[in-house]
Design a protein around this ligand. Structure first.
Ligand code: ATP
Ligand code: MG
Length: 427
């Protein structure tokens, strides 16, 4: 501890005591010899400590106007780590206790002062100071690693959420692909007998037009046949194997034309339409007809969720996101490459238990004659075929937001890569 250069500050007003202190220290033949700075009053001590390096202080108790304890208190306010030893007169036990309370690390009686006791006390105090410094350092390191741990935890939570989202998307795509294949087979099996039933019913209607009771039944049969045909045509659209037919489309104009169609209907339902379609929406290659179907389905769902009226907000955004397509080709996207279209309603929202089911075909919470449960499954399938994603956030009782992220595809070459990489959602 004393084998390095030690800088000592001695605050002492008595010339003889200063001389004695120097003699005792030099008598111990420390190597290297300590540097001893002297202050004969307490007035300039703080200034000295602010400017100079100091390893340890010795304060005399009796310093004229101030005493050593006052000085310890003042120094401790600014310098908590410097070891301080108070030099007291003979039998000043009370003073010694006061000094320790004020923050001294040790005290020595001047009457019994020897080189050995000085060195012993210095070593003890420097060791304590060194340990305190190390403890502080360790605490700081611990604090830093704790902060790092918290931030790593947050990052891993974010990654986990992204992973779960991606997994959900894959699960939905796979499920839809399976259902799509199944649906295509079943539809053809149903259509043939349905056509036969429809033919016979129509023939009967012509032959027995006067039998009103029978006509009533036949009318109901025909209505049910039309309903089944409607479901089947939706199912067939949903299970179509072909990809999307991409053409350059002005999305802003496309969205505005959809809003024009639904505006009146929403107004009648007490729904305020708040649309904010960015003028910066770039032209993109999309299948306009099928994308229009997506917008209409989402608007219809929003309308149904607000039977007593509310607000439907449509917003668009253009952002830059790292895309799998670019990752695979090793290119880093610099330009905006995602168009985000959001439909937010202030409707009834979706219950947490239903959230995982809403994209499943035939999942509906509507009465049998009002919903087939195919709308969102079709939307998901169409958006996937464009290489995009369809996500939902909802709070039961407050409303829902459906968010479409569409990649901005500007060349047919990109479209080919996209179709290659999106095989899981193509059915
Ligand atoms: N904006 C919304 N607010 C609240 N619930 C919604 C919303 N959109 C969808 N849902 C819920 O998701 C279910 C499935 O929606 P989806 O569009 O697939 O079928 P549907 O609307 O019930 O019937 P269809 O669209 O075939 O007429 C709905 O029944 C409803 O419970
Ligand atoms: Mg719907």
């Amino acid at each position: 501890m004393l084998d390095r250069l030690i800088k000592i500050l001695l605050v002492e007003d008595d010339e003889d005591d200063i001389f004695l202190f120097r003699e005792l220290i030099s008598g111990e033949e420390l190597n290297p010899s300590p540097i001893i700075s002297i202050r004969q009053s307490g007035g300039t001590v703080l200034e000295f400590l602010d400017k100079e390096d100091c390893d340890i202080c010795f304060f005399d108790y009796r310093l004229g106007a101030t005493d050593g304890i006052d000085l310890i208190t003042k120094v401790r306010e600014k310098h908590s780590h410097i070891p301080i030893i108070l030099l007291t007169g003979m039998g000043d036990q009370k003073v010694a206790v006061e000094a320790m309370k004020a923050g001294a690390n040790d005290y020595l009686s001047k009457e019994k002062l020897t080189g050995e006791s000085l060195i012993h006390s210095m070593r003890y105090c420097l060791e304590i100071a060194e340990e305190a410094k190390k403890r502080k350092q360790a605490e700081e390191e611990l604090r830093q690693s704790h902060l790092q741990l918290i931030s790593a935890h947050q990052k891993s939570q974010e990654s986990l959420k992204k992973l779960q989202n991606a997994q959900n998307q894959i699960l939905i795509s796979e499920k839809l692909a399976g259902v799509g294949r199944l649906a295509a087979g079943i539809c053809h099996e149903i259509l043939n007998p349905l056509n036969i039933i429809s033919g016979h019913s129509q023939a009967l209607m012509m032959e027995r037009g006067k039998d009103s009771a029978l006509m009533q039944d036949l009318k109901s049969i025909m209505e049910e046949i039309h309903r089944i045909q409607k479901i089947i045509s939706s199912l067939l659209k949903f299970s179509r194997k072909d990809g999307v037919e991409l053409k350059p489309v002005n999305l802003k104009a496309e969205l505005e034309s959809v809003l024009l169609v639904v505006e009146k209907d929403l107004q009648l339902g007490g729904i305020v339409l708040d649309s904010c379609i960015g003028a910066d929406l770039p032209e993109a290659l999309i299948d306009a007809g099928r994308m229009r179907q997506v917008f209409l389905n989402l608007i219809n769902n929003a309308k149904h969720s607000m039977p007593a009226g509310g607000t439907l907000t449509l917003t668009t955004e253009v952002l830059t996101k790292e895309r799998r397509l670019y990752k695979r080709s090793g290119k880093v996207p610099l330009n905006p490459n995602i168009i985000r279209i959001k439909f937010s309603d202030t409707g009834i929202g979706i219950k947490a238990v239903d959230m995982k089911n809403i994209f499943e075909p035939f999942f509906t919470t509507k009465p049998e004659d009002q919903g087939t449960g195919l709308g969102l499954a079709i939307c998901h399938s169409i958006v996937s075929k464009h290489g995009g994603t369809l996500d939902v956030e909802s709070v039961w009782g407050e409303g829902s937001t459906f968010c479409i992220d569409l990649p901005i595809i500007t060349t047919m070459e990109e479209n080919t890569i996209l179709n290659d990489s999106e095989d899981s959602s193509d059915f």
